[in-house]
Design a protein around this ligand. Structure first.
Ligand code: IMP
Length: 443
């Protein structure tokens, strides 16, 4: 089973880092394929918490090749800080490779992200202000600076001049900011270039070598399907494609190289930033779930919006990603609630009350839609000690079964606590994990 893609099936923050960490143990390579340091992965290992934004979680396994693919946008300051922190904790980072074609987040991208949001006022997207959107915009406009440009001073300077030229007007409020000085930027980025040079590589070739040898490669997505720039709740989305198809583009492989696609989801819903969220909760129940689930952003520390599980959106995510398995995280957070609601369709609150079984293509509908719910029994038991499906209370098993049947995708893995061991591999998952190991061993 050589190619496994891991994607977020909701609005991001589903726990992809933990799943990648678990699968990385069985994999020969882990490749990040989109997004940037707007993402944040928290992994808890042996009581130590790791917060990674750019480097794939596979870095904690010393024999796993870790790739930052061409589809990622890299803030080199964040990347070098992450490398320093890993080294400080005595993690060997020699197996990291960075695509020479990945684009760089420049100081002006962050300024433009801030300024853009300020200008939008009430209509703002609620971005992470990490410069992600402006960097992808430059990439599309062919004004981007790539990792390989760090290795050539003359080219770097020329490209920065070209990139700054059309931004003069929008950057006027920052005219006196020393971070915008051409010489300062060039020198700063050349220093990053020296630091990163040993890691820069033709990552497409490295990934293909592993796939050709029948080894297991995990493609790690960031954010989630509903934040996808094409398929999500535009414009309240990120500026890349977090769906599985982007693994091909962002890593340089073809669709035939992908064998499994795991959708990571939480047992309930969360969203950060603005935009429609039909199953959103407020009041005490939302606060309770937020506190129990520690629903505060890894990157920005923002309190996440919380809601019931939206199965209409999840089934849509399953379709646009061709999910082959679900990993349901944070099931333990729901313990103690008498009744659980899952949204199985939307209703327009207007006089006609039109119902929607499918995720509506029109944004206005989604903005006004209210969730229609099926109520399922809750459970009072704590789940953290459960390691087999049979250890779970009957109501928890029924909850998972309802989700799997509605979405039409089997549950492979269940998260019952923050630690990497606090998971249950189901029948479907255990089979896949074994296959992954066998494929690697046979190669
Ligand atoms: P940007 O990606 O910083 O441009 O932000 C665009 C939208 O995506 C905002 O609503 C962010 O809150 C959201 N977003 C970006 N990255 C993440 C993530 O890793 N988890 C959850 N939301 C995210």
């Amino acid at each position: 089973m050589p190619g496994i893609v891991i994607v977020g099936a909701q609005w991001g923050d589903e726990g992809k880092g933990k799943i990648t960490d678990l699968l990385a143990e069985r994999a020969d390579a882990v490749v990040r394929f989109q997004g940037g340091n707007n993402a944040g992965h928290t992994i808890v290992r042996d009581g130590v918490q790791w917060k990674l934004h750019l480097i794939p979680s596979g870095i904690l396994h010393k024999d796993t090749l870790c790739v930052i693919g061409n589809g990622v946008v890299i803030d080199p300051r964040v990347l070098t800080d992450e490398l320093d922190e890993l080294r400080r904790q005595r993690v060997d980072t020699r197996q990291l490779r960075i695509s020479a074609n990945a684009h760089l987040i420049m100081p002006y991208h962050m300024m433009l992200d801030h300024a853009g949001e300020a200008k939008l006022g009430k209509l703002q997207i609620g971005t992470t202000r990490r410069g992600i959107g402006p960097c992808y915009a430059d990439k599309a406009a062919r004004l981007g600076i790539r990792v390989q440009d760090l290795l050539d001073e003359k080219i770097l300077k020329k490209k920065i001049i070209a990139a700054l030229e059309p931004k003069r007007l929008s950057l006027r409020p920052f005219a006196k900011d020393p971070r915008l000085d051409l010489q300062t930027i060039t020198e700063e980025y050349l220093t990053y270039g020296h630091r990163l040079a040993p890691y820069i590589a033709d990552t497409v070739r490295l990934v293909h070598e592993r796939l050709d040898a029948g080894q297991t490669v995990v493609f790690e997505g960031a954010q989630g399907a509903l934040l996808d720039i094409d398929h999500g709740t535009y414009p309240f989305v990120t500026s890349s494609n977090p769906v599985a198809g982007a693994a091909c583009v962002g890593a340089g492989v073809g669709p035939k190289d992908i064998d499994e696609i795991w959708g990571v989801m939480k047992a309930y819903g969360t969203r950060v930033g603005a935009g429609p969220f039909p199953t959103e909760l407020d009041g005490e129940l939302a606060d309770e779930i937020r506190e129990r689930g520690g629903e505060y952003g890894t990157t920005t520390g923002r309190a996440r919006r919380v809601g019931w599980l939206d199965l209409v959106a999840l089934r849509y995510a399953a379709r646009i990603n061709s999910l082959t398995a679900l990993a349901v995280m944070k099931l333990d957070v729901l313990s103690g609630l008498d009744q659980l609601c899952v949204c199985t369709r939307y209703r327009d609150p207007g006089p006609e009350g039109r119902e929607y079984e499918d995720f509506p293509y029109h944004q206005t509908v989604l903005h006004h839609a209210a969730g229609e719910y099926v109520q399922l029994a809750g459970w009072s038991e704590e789940l953290t000690e459960c390691r087999e499906e049979s250890d779970l209370p009957a109501a928890a098993r029924e909850y998972l079964q309802f989700v799997a049947e509605f979405v039409g995708v089997p549950v492979a893995l269940i998260g019952v606590g923050p630690g990497r061991d606090e998971v249950i591999w189901t029948q479907a998952g255990a089979g896949m994990a074994r296959a992954g190991r066998a494929a690697s061993a046979a190669a």
